[in-house]
Design a protein around this ligand. Structure first.
Ligand code: F6P
Length: 546
């Protein structure tokens, strides 16, 4: 760590206690323009409000100073220049190229990739149009009414999250389904009620080796062969992968195989051909709007000064909470039912990227890195885990996401939804003191003893930080903005923590052991000698039930 970085961290750590006795509400009292000063509008359709974090101008200046000490702007420019920022795997991380709707060259590895990107996208679009129009038919001559994406992790979470979020845009397309879990119940339950003669399977896997996806694809293939014959595989399967040789072995016609590149990480791949299921569901025009939303954020991230740069601010505020204040979790609560899978999507994006303990050059002396990310749609979360968020011993920063306009034509429901969102954000900041709790109980007519007994239970510390991402409506462009915002937020944090967010070695060990255990579990007479006592005991217990 350079002297400048150490000094910038130290300055933040020294500054933090100066806010201990400050109330966020007082910051609003002192600064009548705090909302304006601590929020950023991307344009008239998108606003980021961080005024309810207990931060001052000095805090932001110190965070920006830390970002400068870490040369965030230079690292950002290297990212966009297609440099091999994924240093362990010696690759660029250029998912932004897939949504760059300008006409400039997209140089990656010395070559302009724009023609290849656009031609692959056009191939995806043409196939999607053929499926949507009914021109492409199944083996028995019937058009497709249902598509089933088989993939996991980045080859599932993006499309499933987005298809749900944009379901109103999918009315004219086939129904989209998603199978990810190796648990056979996932495939069986999904296929129950579907007519295989009208079903298209899309096998999505960057590597085309992932155990879960290969097992589900093989089972789906067997079902199609049993119902419609071997020759039907060609018509009922498409595939998305970077490993086209492996796809060929599965027997999928080359005209239905869509590629992308190793510089697109799995959790960043929704912008690539991995979006095929989404493109079929919502149509190419809406998907292009989704790309446009991502591109809007790229342009903003590349050009806005850091103290007005939404992903930079989101990332730096996260650093503020994670490092000087040691907050371990981060909640994302969309007051938008159709964003129900967005927290799950962000879990992979954030935790697979920044859940690291080594620096880019392999030293074990990082600061505390990525928080635990979780969330559920509001208002449901309010009736589940908000108790802990309000009164638990840990403070958890929260992002609220909410639309200004209703997504369904029911203004009353939306008014309730919106007011709950703002009420929660206010409650987390405002809290309730012991005196206020007592006054409230007295006002309810309780006697002195009851007031003393109950009041401590009704205290809320307040000063619990929340951001609000407010957008006009949840449309494809807004969703693209949200996804790209979080991508860059995660990148910003990786730069501050000096870690590589683009690899995921932490998923390897479990995969290796599962591959070793598979044959032992499947073959009841296989020896368990050499396994640890717990693993051997658990296998023996299962065998006793077979
Ligand atoms: O969980 C590890 C991981 O490699 C993710 O990064 C990836 O999104 C997922 O598995 C699926 O991989 P693939 O697309 O190669 O099947």
């Amino acid at each position: 760590m350079t002297h400048a970085v150490a000094a910038a961290f130290l300055a933040l750590e020294t500054h933090a206690p100066s806010l201990d006795d400050v109330r966020t509400l007082d910051l609003f009292e002192k600064d009548g323009a705090r909302f304006d000063n601590f929020s950023v509008s991307l344009d008239e359709d998108f606003l980021f409000d961080f005024s309810k974090h207990k931060v001052t101008r000095e805090t932001i200046d110190l965070l920006v100073a830390l970002a400068k000490a870490r040369q965030l702007e230079g690292r950002r420019d290297a990212l966009f220049a297609g440099e091999p920022v994924n240093n362990t795997e010696k690759r660029p991380a250029m998912h932004m190229a897939l949504r760059d709707l300008s006409s400039r060259a997209l140089v990656i590895g010395g070559a302009d990739m724009r023609p290849a990107i656009e031609s692959e996208r056009e191939k995806v679009f043409a196939f999607a149009r053929a499926i949507r129009s009914g021109e492409a038919k199944g083996a028995t001559g019937l058009p497709f009414t249902d598509i089933v994406n088989i993939g996991i992790g980045g080859s599932d979470l993006g499309p499933v999250m987005a298809a749900r979020a944009l379901s109103p845009y999918g009315e004219n397309g086939p129904r989209a389904h998603f199978v990810s879990n190796v648990d056979g119940a996932d495939l069986s339950d999904t296929l129950a009620g579907l007519d295989l003669a009208r079903t298209l399977f899309i096998v999505s896997s960057k590597t085309f080796t992932t155990q879960e996806t290969m097992a589900n694809a093989a089972s789906a293939r067997a079902r199609v062969v049993a119902a419609l014959g071997e020759a039907a595989v060609n018509k009922h399967f498409a595939a998305v992968s970077t490993k086209l040789d492996k796809v060929a072995a599965f027997g999928i016609d080359a005209s239905r195989v869509f590629g992308f590149w190793d510089w697109v990480g799995g959790r960043y791949s929704i912008w690539s051909s991995i979006g095929l299921a989404l493109v079929i569901a919502i149509g190419p025009e809406n998907f292009t709007q989704f790309l446009q939303g991502g591109f809007d954020i790229d342009e903003h991230f590349r050009s806005a000064p850091l103290d007005k740069n939404i992903p930079a601010l989101m990332g730096l505020l996260g650093v503020w909470h994670r490092n000087p204040l040691d907050r371990r979790a981060h909640a994302v609560i969309p007051y938008d039912q159709r964003l129900a899978r967005f927290p799950a999507y962000l879990q992979q994006l954030d935790m697979e990227s920044n859940g690291k303990s080594v620096t880019r050059d392999g030293r074990f002396d990082t600061h505390r890195t990525g928080p635990i990310v979780f969330g559920e749609p509001g208002t449901n979360g309010q009736h589940a885990f908000f108790q802990l968020l309000h009164q638990g011993t840990d403070v958890t920063p929260i992002d609220f996401l909410v639309a200004a306009e209703p997504t369904a034509a029911d203004a009353h429901h939306h008014a309730l939804l919106f007011s709950n969102c703002l009420a929660q954000s206010e409650a987390f900041m405002r809290g309730r003191t012991l005196e206020e709790a007592k006054a409230q109980l007295r006002g309810q007519g309780l006697g002195a003893d009851e007031v003393e007994r109950l009041a401590p239970h009704k205290v809320f510390s307040g000063d619990r930080p929340t951001s609000v991402l407010l957008y006009r409506r949840l449309d494809p462009r807004t969703l693209g903005r949200l996804v790209a915002l979080y991508e860059h937020k995660v990148f910003v944090q990786s730069v501050i923590w000096d870690i590589n967010p683009f690899d995921q070695w932490g998923v390897e060990l479990g995969k290796e052991l599962a591959n070793k255990l598979g044959p032992i579990v499947e073959n009841a007479s296989a020896s368990t000698v050499g396994l640890d006592g717990s693993t051997a005991g658990l296998i023996a217990w299962r065998r006793s039930k077979q």
